[in-house]
Design a protein around this ligand. Structure first.
Ligand code: B12
Length: 225
């Protein structure tokens, strides 16, 4: 157990130090030792990202380090993807997912998409920097059960409310469940913009998406539609 803790701490530090050789070496060991992808993502990658972000804020790191850490995280996720197992998927549905306008962060979004996919959801990736009108046309045309939005920048969070407002204006708000997430997003914020759900991480996203699907099924049964 102590070895696993140490391994995760070393892996996190290798991410923070932008040492890609060390990351590859430790990632290989973690997989061989059977450390779960969840622990690697949340305790090494995400905590490492937080520390890189802190260093960036403190002007110890600059944009090149931010870019390199992003690339390293993406590569690690690609290695982990095949290992992410479905955890008791009972219901599936259609999900459309994008990072909001003005925001280019997609590492977290891509992890959530992988997890939803292995849980049996059909996920359509709208990419990054997605304008409200694109989210609206997606709901109108593809008719997803759940619309997911990701935001990593505090100044792009209000885009989520704009999308919800546009859905209302176009008479589409009742047609889709909206789930939001991303580092600065909180349950309180999700409630304040009248989103249907919020997920803190990819694992919670899967649980919440299943809950939304079950809720939708119950509503359909109640209205007989
Ligand atoms: C890597 C990185 C980048 C990379 C992004 C690469 C990429 N392809 O995504 C690059 C270099 C491009 C970048 C650019 C910028 N960045 Co940046 N970046 C980061 C960094 C270090 C890591 C982000 C990350 O990938 N985290 C790891 C993933 C796994 O975590 P996550 O995204 O939070 O996702 C998880 C959850 O949030 C959740 N989740 C995410 N989305 C969703 C959606 C739903 C529906 C649900 C349910 C859940 C969910 O599940 C995920 C998995 O567990 C963060 C620091 C941090 N602590 O996050 C700064 C950070 C987000 N960036 C920041 C800044 C300032 C910028 C720039 C403005 C810098 C600049 N001067 O140009 C630009 C903005 C570009 C733009 N327009 O978007 C700031 C934001 C500050 C703020 N308050 O808004 C941060 C916080 C750094 C800091 N502390 O200052 N960045």
């Amino acid at each position: 157990m102590k070895e696993k803790e140490e391994l995760l701490a070393q892996l996190r530090d290798a991410f923070v130090n932008i040492d890609s050789n060390k990351v590859n070496e430790l990632l290989k060991i973690a997989i061989e030792e059977g450390v779960s992808p969840r622990d690697v993502i949340e305790r090494a990658i995400r905590q490492g990202a937080d520390e890189v972000g802190r260093k960036y804020e403190a002007c110890e790191y600059f944009l090149p380090e931010l870019v390199m850490s992003g690339e390293m995280m993406k590569e690690a996720i690609e290695v982990l993807k095949p290992l992410m197992q479905a955890e008791g998927a009972t219901s599936s549905g259609k999900v459309s997912f994008g990072t909001v306008k003005g925001d280019l962060h997609d590492i977290g979004k891509n992890i959530v998409i992988s997890m939803l996919s292995v849980a049996g959801f059909d996920v359509y990736d709208l990419g990054v920097d997605v304008p409200p009108e694109r989210f609206v046309s997606e709901v109108r045309e593809r008719k997803p059960d759940i619309l997911c939005m990701s935001s990593l920048l505090t100044h792009t969070m209000p885009e989520m409310k704009l999308v919800i407002d546009e859905l209302k204006k176009n008479g589409l708000r009742e047609k889709v469940k909206v789930m939001v997430g991303g580092r600065p997003v909180t349950q309180e914020y999700a409630d304040s913009i009248e989103a249907d759900s919020y997920g803190r991480d990819a694992y919670e996203a899967v649980i919440k998406a299943k809950q939304l699907m079950n809720r939708e099924q119950r509503q359909r049964q109640a209205t007989g539609s």
